[in-house]
Design a protein around this ligand. Structure first.
Ligand SMILES: C[S@@+](CC[C@H](N)C(=O)[O-])C[C@H]1O[C@@H](n2cnc3c(N)ncnc32)[C@H](O)[C@@H]1O
Length: 246
């Protein structure tokens, strides 16, 4: 099932506020780690950005020399914000579910995706499409919520003490893969849980070589500015994978 939750008015407004305030983990944790996996030089690269959101990363890839970026997102609101904020003649934004991509063989040097794959039910099928449209030796780099986060069936994974302090992360139902309905800004947000081994093995079965896997923590600068971020060292919020078509 494809859910377009980012077009829900309340969800969208809350998400944009989170990103504008930079109070989310994206800016201090996910993005810096993700970018360490990119090739040093993006010059002449053709890039597919899956779940491009409001286009911040697509635009950054062009600023780093990418020749062309196609940004795909299911949300009309996100695509329209991308066109408003980051219109560029080297970027094409398309409002399309990731599940429906169908590109020519050997078209892209890089397929990149930030925090969108946990919304995809059929991971294997999407990987096959990505493999098809990547050039030989091309790279797939993606981040997603970490499987210890997607595993949770209750809304909050932290067990809390009497004063609201975080005691420990409640990991449960880890091997029960599949749909999760969670509360994030609103009730009923659908995500899909896959174990780490399942994610890695599906990549290998599709034909990818695993190049690197990250479970990042916040940058030291960010932790100095925001003490709360140190708590993120206690459990990995994100999984980031770099894989190569061989
Ligand atoms: C957490 S946001 C990340 C946006 C962007 N990659 C970034 O890092 O700023 C997840 C994005 O994935 C998109 N998304 C979720 N499910 C999708 C699907 N099935 N197909 C395409 N996009 C999807 C959402 O609309 C949203 O823009």
């Amino acid at each position: 099932m494809k859910q377009n939750i980012y077009d829900n008015e309340i969800f969208y407004n809350s998400y944009i506020k989170l990103r504008v305030d930079s109070t989310g983990l994206n800016d201090v944790l996910e993005i810096p780690a993700f970018r360490t996996l990119l090739p040093d030089d993006l010059t002449h690269k053709k890039i597919l950005d899956l779940g491009c959101g409001f286009g911040e990363s697509s635009n950054w890839y062009v600023s780093q020399g990418a020749e062309r970026v196609i940004g795909i997102d299911i949300s009309e609101k996100m695509i329209s914000r991308a066109k408003q904020l980051y219109q560029h003649d080297k970027i094409e934004y398309r409002c399309l579910p990731i599940e429906d991509i169908s590109f020519h063989k050997d078209q892209f040097d890089l397929v990149l995706s930030s925090l969108a794959f946990h919304y995809i039910a059929d991971f294997k099928n999407v990987l096959q499409e990505i493999y098809h449209c990547l050039k030989n030796n091309g790279l797939l780099i993606f981040s997603q919520e970490h499987p210890i986060v997607t595993a949770k069936k209750a809304s909050n994974g932290w067990a809390k003490g009497e004063n609201g302090e975080k005691l420990y992360w409640k990991l449960d139902n880890y091997n029960d893969e599949g749909i999760r309905k969670q509360k994030w800004f609103i009730d009923g947000v659908i995500k899909y849980h896959r174990t780490t081994s399942s994610i890695i093995n599906t990549l290998i079965e599709t034909g990818f070589n695993i190049v690197r896997v990250l479970e990042p923590i916040a940058t030291e600068e960010a932790e100095l500015l925001n003490e709360v971020l140190k708590e993120e060292r206690r459990r990995p919020p994100f999984l980031i994978v770099k894989a190569q078509k061989v």
